[in-house]
Design a binder for this molecule. Sequence first.
Ligand code: UDX
Length: 431
Amino acid sequence: MYNISVIGTGYVGLSTGVCLSDMGNNVTCVDIDEEKINKLNNGQVPIYEPGMEELIEKNTNANRLSFTTDLKKAVKDTEIIFMAVGTPSNEDGSADLSQVREAAKTIAEVMDDYKIVITKSTVPVGTNQMIEGIIAENTDQDYSVVSSPEFLREGSAVYDTMNPDRIVIGYRDEKAGETIRDLYKDFDTDFVMTTIESAEMIKYASNAFLATKISFINEMANICERVGARVEEVAKGMGLDHRISDKFLNAGIGYGGSCFPKDTKALINTATEVDYDLKTVKAAVHVNEYQKLTVVDKLQGHLYDLKNKNIGILGLSFKPNTDDMREAPSLKIIPKLLEGGANVKAYDPVAMENAREELPSDVEYCSVSKEVTEEADAVVLLTEWDEFFELNWKEISQKVNNKLVIDGRNLLNEDHLKDLGFKYISVGRGS
Ligand code: UDX
């Protein structure tokens, strides 16, 4: 059992803190955002994440988990300090490390004995060395810095934190590496004990690879549409080769979220800094931007003119089971539809509140999913929420102006929709 503090209560920090407490450790989660901490202390979770609320309740009741804005006290009482602050993109695509610098300085200033500072935030190669430098400048105490990047997915953050494919531990000081290895001793998974620089690279290389895999299958889908092949069957046939695997081969309207867009750009930026032209990842980013707008092209192809057309949008978040709108394809697609003169009605089970802050004000939000389909000239599915699969398409077919469905995620039952007389357009299914 360890005394741990976690700085930053975003997806990564909160999942790390909550899961470490559930493993029996004493955890204090710290954030400068008072409103967030007040919410958490009242049992409210600031993000939508299945399973999180129950775990917070369980572990706060067991007095193993607490939330505070008092960084000084949290650091003083703990031997291991997890850093999980945000690293958003700068204008030029590089990672903005100001929160990391600030946190490292504050930790150093309040340190009163040996501490292990472990970085969970996704940070470019060289950042942990920078953190070591900042701590050294601001304290006389002993410390070790460890890099242990996080690979959790939003929407399954708790499950992924508890069931990781691997745990990467980058360290310089043997004892610190062993302590963190011991912290995770109950995990039945592969451990990668490595250098700090390799640990930093593993995170970026993994995300860049996955983003490239998605862009690759999306391009295959675009070809399939033109040559009369079906991308799911192509992906299945490819994925049976263990070297390829069938994971992350779902064609769609491009990746979004807080990681792939940001991390691909940051890796390109790191490469540029060392005078290297990272061609594959640049291409993956380029394809992803193109892919989002294939929905608009398909709509235009079938409706000819978007002006005054009623478009019903199902799903706004970048993927299901999250209210996260960061880099969601809907943020690119909906403004294009409005620019073309369309009337847009939209529905999302949980992301509408966040969407209102990001999307133009002329979007009309509906309180139930079937409302977006009423009098629609086209229904467009952008996020594969389960509830859209359950919709009564027979009933919908009687209320639309035009039986056109564009499925950006290949979620719906193609045969059923076609039997009902819909013109059903999906991704990568040529005829
Ligand atoms: C991702 C990584 O999976 C995770 O390891 C890392 O820590 C953070 O970034 P996340 O962004 O939460 O996690 O979601 P993920 O489920 O990986 O999906 C990312 C995006 O790729 C979504 O927009 C999703 O729709 C898209 N995607 C994913 C596809 O288009 N096709 C696929 O086959 C898989």
